[in-house]
Design a protein around this ligand. Structure first.
Ligand SMILES: [Zn+2]
Length: 502
């Protein structure tokens, strides 16, 4: 099926992007621009916009060769010759730009690398074609990532990524703004040169140290307050109480999902209070938990990290922006045979996508209570695009299909409201939408009816059980009455017998 997406309106982000899609595959859902994450609700960047932005500020191939990046290929004639030919032919273009623009060139470069491997295998022994293929692919990706890793001067780079700034938050925004300040001061230097500057590194190193001390001090203070309160209320359980802090710190360290850290810590203390019989302290303890820091990064730790890990220009920018990259999220996980299909898809940021793994949504939303709201928001965004005629007809059933998948999978816990979308579409006499809408309505009614029936049955069962208990009591009573009567009967019989004898 050949599907194209019409040009979407790039209202708030001002960069060129190619939204013409040849065919709409399930993963293309994540290519819809300006969606907000279905879980945390932050605005995301599409992969084509992100790499598109890099492509225009990557250093030209000619400069990369001059810097000696491909020196190891000098002995491998075919590849070395091709790289040099390209550098002469397109002196201003980066290799990544050339490869993105020309698929034939991708094939040509791969073939050339293969020839180079045959002529000069550098210790690589070709066992079979699959191994050769992997090896060549690895080398191709190496060359491509080298050509991506070096960017132009920081002045140009920061200007180019300016378009993404409005969506950045917290420490990522702070790091970005700091880079902007440095880029203004040293526009000709590259980002990686800047972060390696002694004065800059030392400045962030010291600030990061202070930040870490302050974090620890603040945590310790609140943990101590909790401990004092508990010891007062449960003086006999000191050992248990002393162990709580260690477990809590452990829990926070192990929990990669930042969004759920605080809620999990609260659950942890609620359970501990139950164990200690100190539930009356709940509000006070939870107030302390609210103050315990759960985020351990800031812009200074960003610079220290970048320095320690020897980040190249590309890595510096991507580590700020990649948490915002839109990814396809399987509602029913692929590991549980969830289909690769848009009806089983949402779009999430990589942070939420990783945090979810294959947890069932019913469990996941306990620690991500905003998810139902943000999912609704995303479906609404896509619906609006469809209604505005900016998406292909292929997507027109998506809101209904995805609402059905979500509702079925979560037993109604996430049940997006698509009524207004359907009504607007039905106005345009869309039979398919009407059918889907009716189906969803029916499912909802059936679910309600089933729940009512279930409640009715439970009530009936309870009545029956109560009846049985009453009957049992009655039987017991009449049994004792019978045995009482029998006793009297025996006594009378005995008396009669005695009388008859006498
Ligand atoms: Zn998210």
């Amino acid at each position: 099926m050949n599907i194209t997406i019409n040009n979407f309106n790039n209202t708030n982000i001002n960069y060129k992007s190619q939204h013409k899609l040849e065919t709409f595959k399930y993963k293309d859902l994540k290519k819809i621009p300006h969606l907000t994450c279905a879980c945390c609700g932050k605005e995301m960047i599409t992969v084509q916009d992100l790499y598109g932005a890099f492509r225009t500020i990557t250093l030209p191939l000619r400069s990369i060769i001059k810097k000696g990046f491909f020196k190891s290929w000098e002995q491998s004639k075919p590849t070395w010759d091709l790289l040099n030919q390209l550098a002469t032919k397109y002196p201003d273009k980066s290799l990544d730009q050339m490869l993105a623009a020309d698929e034939d060139l991708q094939t040509k470069l791969t073939d050339t690398i293969e020839q180079s491997v045959y002529m000069n295998p550098k210790g690589f022994k070709i066992k079979d074609s699959k191994q050769l293929h992997n090896h060549v692919n690895g080398l191709y990706n190496n060359i491509r990532s080298y050509s991506r890793s070096q960017l132009r001067g920081s002045g140009q780079v920061m200007k180019r990524f300016q378009a993404f700034k409005p969506i950045l938050k917290d420490e990522k925004l702070a790091a970005f703004e700091q880079l902007e300040i440095y880029a203004q001061k040293y526009p000709k230097k590259t980002l990686s040169e800047i972060i390696k500057m002694d004065e800059i590194y030392k400045h962030h190193f010291i600030k990061n140290r202070i930040f870490r001390y302050e974090l620890k001090e603040k945590s310790d203070f609140h943990f101590q307050n909790i401990e004092t309160m508990l010891k007062k209320s449960a003086p006999k359980k000191t050992d248990y109480i002393m162990n709580l802090k260690r477990c809590a710190v452990d829990l926070l360290a192990r929990e990669h999902d930042v969004d759920s850290r605080r809620l999990k810590l609260k659950d942890f203390y609620i359970n501990a209070l139950k164990e200690l019989n100190c539930e009356k302290l709940k509000d006070k303890v939870l107030n302390e938990v609210e103050e315990i820091p759960i985020i351990y990064v800031n812009k200074d730790s960003f610079f220290v990290d970048a320095y320690n890990n020897k980040f190249n220009d590309y890595q510096i920018i991507i580590s700020i922006l990649s948490p915002y990259e839109a990814t396809f999220e399987h509602i029913i996980p692929a590991s549980q045979n969830g289909p690769d299909d848009i009806s089983n898809g949402l779009v999430m940021c990589p942070i939420c996508n990783r945090a979810r793994k294959d947890t069932h949504y019913i469990d996941f939303i306990k620690y991500h209570p905003l998810m139902p709201y943000n999912t609704q928001k995303q479906i609404l965004q896509i619906s609006q695009l469809i209604l505005a005629g900016k998406a292909d007809d292929y997507l027109s059933l998506y809101p209904i299909q995805v609402a059905k998948t979500l509702s079925d999978y979560t037993n109604g816990a996430i049940s997006p409201d698509i009524t207004s979308y359907c009504k607007k579409r039905i106005k345009k006499a869309d039979n398919k939408i009407q059918k889907g809408f009716d189906e969803i309505k029916k499912i909802k009614e059936e679910r309600n009816q089933m729940q009512a029936e279930k409640a009715e049955l439970e009530k009936r069962l309870q009545e029956l059980e109560n009846g049985i208990i009453a009957k049992r009591a009655q039987i017991k009573q009449s049994n004792s009455a019978i045995s009482h009567d029998l006793g009297i009967k025996h006594a009378l019989e005995k008396q009669i017998e005695v009388k008859n004898k006498s």
